[in-house]
Design a protein around this ligand. Structure first.
Ligand code: HEC
Length: 190
């Protein structure tokens, strides 16, 4: 009985597989080729170590301060001093080599474009991916300026972020404990 049930399930699965494959044939008349514009709305990946993939656009620290007050301060507090959802988001640049590390984009991130990538993708948490590229550049400049990594009168763009030397750039060390060997493998790994 059990094996009959399994056989029926397998037959149904094969049936579905078959019809799904048929739907993929171009002759079905369904669907249309994706355009470059549609694709780029999804393709927001940035290579954070060199900034490749950062979009065009720019924003100033002053604009960032204004946007932050409007769209971020409810959760992050006025001036990113800490709010209902998250603690202070600046300072502590010298803390990373002490037992009391203060983790935030300025103290922790090895590469400046990580802040752009994260903010564009995930913030504001209640409306992710609602910010324009210019707004994200402005916000990145503002957040880094609070730690003194960017001057208050700066205009931030792809080149600016890619060229920033972050204080914790060389602070990451590989885990060389013998029981934690994580060998990178992309094919034929077993
Ligand atoms: C509705 C609440 C909310 C709003 C609004 C919001 N955030 Fe956040 N944000 C969070 C939470 C919660 C986290 C922590 C997420 C986690 O740890 O996974 C976070 C984390 C972050 C971080 C990571 C900080 C770090 O040190 O790793 C950044 C940067 C950030 N938010 C930027 C922004 C910016 C810029 C805005 C405004 C455009 C914004 N957030 C608006 C809730 C919010």
């Amino acid at each position: 009985m059990q094996s009959l049930k399994l056989a029926v399930i397998a037959a149904i699965a094969i049936g579905f597989g078959g019809s799904a494959q048929a739907d993929l044939k171009p002759s079905s008349g369904f669907g249309k080729p994706i355009t470059q514009a549609e694709l780029s709305a999804w393709d927001i990946d940035i290579s954070t170590s060199d900034g490749v993939g950062l979009p065009s656009g720019s924003g100033t620290v002053a604009q960032g301060a204004k946007i932050f007050a409007e769209k971020c301060a409810t959760c992050h507090g006025e001036g990113a001093k800490g709010g209902t959802q998250f603690g202070q988001m600046f300072g502590g640049l010298d803390s990373m080599t002490t037992p009391k590390r203060k983790l935030n984009p300025s103290s922790m991130f090895p590469y400046a474009p990580i802040l752009f990538d994260y903010t564009k993708r995930a913030m504001p948490m209640d409306a992710p991916q609602s910010l324009t590229n210019n707004e994200v550049y402005a916000l990145s400049g503002y957040i880094y300026s609070l730690s003194g990594l960017v001057p208050k009168n700066a205009t931030i763009d792809a080149k600016y972020l890619s060229n920033m030397k972050m204080p914790n750039r060389n602070g990451f060390i590989s885990d060389d404990r013998p029981d934690a060997k994580a060998v990178r493998c992309l094919s034929k790994c077993n």
